[in-house]
Design a protein around this ligand. Structure first.
Ligand code: ATP
Length: 319
């Protein structure tokens, strides 16, 4: 298990991490999401041992990363967002160089490197120069290299940025395969739909703090629940508004393009009763439905603080 508590890091006076808390269960494929500048790379660099936090703790499988620095290096495999330049190395030399950095050499190192290259779909490229590989292949090589010491946790900083759709899919399948084989993985990305398809858990970071965290199932339930009910009426707007204002499940009401949008805490039965109430009051309802949402819409809702709609009413939360 990976547990981050109250992690803080500032660049000069500018705080990049402002008390970050985060837990990743063993075996999880954790999607780390946040807008530009939220603190994802800073967090990942601290996890990879490339940067020290100002304060806070990082515990990985019982090892305090701040105190046991060498152990941390052995526990974590790191895939950065951009591939380094290794013009004059062949693929197998590149792998064996990194193997030697972790004290692996000889036949054992060769076997491990070849097995990882095979798994990354690069078995037939061992004799190629690294810079002759496509961007997608280079990123898979980078992933194979990060696994050389069989780390408990793999951390990846937007590893599929700049890849074409086919390479993204191949990379995603490789990541899922590793997770199914038991690797705990943290992956940051801006492509939320991609994370939604592959991750078991999601954490959203903003301004150096975790603003939402949970299993994919919980988050998707929240997506559904957070979607507004959209109602349009042909006439009798005032009567409709009076009914909505007095309804115990209605939290906020706003109007956008002649459509009433309400945040509604009730379930489908409550929705049906509300519709019935409007019809019984002879309001001519022309449409009534829950807006379809997805992870992107929830992300925008959490990280976008500009109110674009006119808020007409805000109900009291349940006590
Ligand atoms: P992105 O998605 O754009 O890569 P991020 O979520 O990875 O962003 P970080 O790169 O961790 O965010 O940056 C967090 C904050 O720290 C940002 O405001 C950034 O400008 C600042 N920052 C990052 N690195 C440095 C640095 N070396 N010197 C000064 N400020 C920095």
């Amino acid at each position: 298990m990976l547990k981050i508590e109250n992690l803080k890091k500032a660049y000069g006076k500018h705080p990049a991490l402002d008390g970050l808390n985060l837990t990743i269960k063993t075996g999880a494929l954790f999607g780390f999401v946040g807008p530009n500048g939220a603190g994802k790379t800073t967090t990942i660099k601290i996890l990879a041992g490339l940067m020290r936090p100002d304060s806070g703790t990082v515990i990985i499988n019982g090892v305090d990363a701040g105190r046991e620095y060498r152990k941390l290096k052995g526990l974590v495999g790191y895939v950065p967002d951009s591939f380094g330049v290794y013009d004059n190395l062949k693929v197998w030399e590149y792998m064996e160089f990194f193997a030697s950095c972790y004290g692996l050499d000889g036949l054992m190192a060769r076997r491990r490197c070849m097995a990882l290259l095979e798994q990354a779909g690069l078995g037939d490229r061992a004799d190629f120069f690294v810079d002759a590989l496509s961007r997608g292949m280079q990123q898979r090589l980078c992933l194979a290299r990060a696994l050389i010491h069989d780390p408990a946790i793999l951390v990846m900083d937007e590893p599929s940025s700049g890849l074409d759709p086919r390479s993204r899919t191949e990379f995603k399948e490789l990541v899922q395969e590793l997770n199914e084989q038991g690797k705990t993985i943290l992956i940051s990305s801006h492509v939320l739909s991609e994370l939604a398809q592959m991750c078991t858990d999601i954490g959203v970071i903003e301004q150096g703090r975790m603003v939402m965290e949970g299993s994919m199932k919980e988050i998707m339930e929240r997506v559904d629940h957070s979607n507004p009910l959209l109602i349009t009426v042909r006439s009798d707007m005032d009567r409709a508004m009076a009914i909505l204002r007095s309804h115990s499940c209605v939290r906020t009401i706003s109007i956008k393009n002649d459509c009433i949008s309400i945040s509604f805490t009730g379930d489908s039965q409550d929705e049906a009763q509300l519709l019935q109430q409007l019809v019984d009051a002879e309001v001519q309802v022309t449409s009534f439905y829950r807006q379809q949402g997805n992870l992107e819409s929830l992300f925008m809702e959490i990280t976008d603080h500009e109110d674009k709609e006119v808020l007409l009413y805000e109900g009291k939360p349940d006590l």
